[in-house]
Design a protein. Structure first.
Length: 177
């Protein structure tokens, strides 16, 4: 007796070959990867502002904790709080010349009359700023930018989402207690 071969009939519309299956799988995978890449690109275009970080309102501390003449760095908020005679200034860390980060040098000779030591030195092109953010030497064309400050309940609140560009220091820019 010879073995009989039996063929099982395929259901209607199921004539999908292996080549068709691989082709559909490849195109489906490419569509998924493209959609994920597009979604990631679109998501990266919107800033992710976290509470208390740069671009939002930041609480930097109590007003009583900053003596006159002090300059305190807040790296996460990208600013310095400078306490001058007339109040507080929230100074940007960004140099107005080429945008370098300007460090506070507490041991350098002062460029103002508030204290004997401390100044901002831009490492890129030698720009120097005093506690008011005013240009004292070098190529920067204007003072350091400032951020709006509010004092509520003795706490200093700085809005890092709004930059104030200034051409000179004016005592009205400092926020008093």
């Amino acid at each position: 007796m010879a073995a009989q071969s039996t063929t099982i009939p395929l259901p209607q519309g199921a004539d999908l070959t292996r080549r068709d299956y691989l082709r559909l799988s490849l195109w489906g995978g490419l569509c998924i990867v493209t959609a994920e890449s597009l979604a990631a690109t679109v998501a990266s275009l919107w800033p992710q502002v976290k509470a208390g970080g740069f671009g939002s309102v930041v609480t930097v501390g109590k007003a009583e904790d900053f003596p006159v003449g002090s300059v305190t760095s807040f790296p996460e908020a990208r600013l310095y709080i400078s306490r001058v005679e007339s109040g507080f200034l929230a100074l940007s860390r960004k140099c107005t010349h080429l945008g370098c980060v300007v460090p506070w040098q507490k041991d350098e000779p002062s460029l103002d009359k508030i204290a004997s030591q401390g100044r901002f030195n831009c490492p890129c092109h030698g720009g120097m700023f005093d506690r008011y953010g005013q240009v004292v030497a070098g190529p920067p064309p204007r003072p350091l930018d400032i951020y709006p400050i509010k004092i509520e309940g003795g706490k200093i609140l700085v809005d890092t989402g709004k930059t104030i560009v200034r051409v000179a220091y004016n005592p009205s820019q400092a926020v008093g207690v």
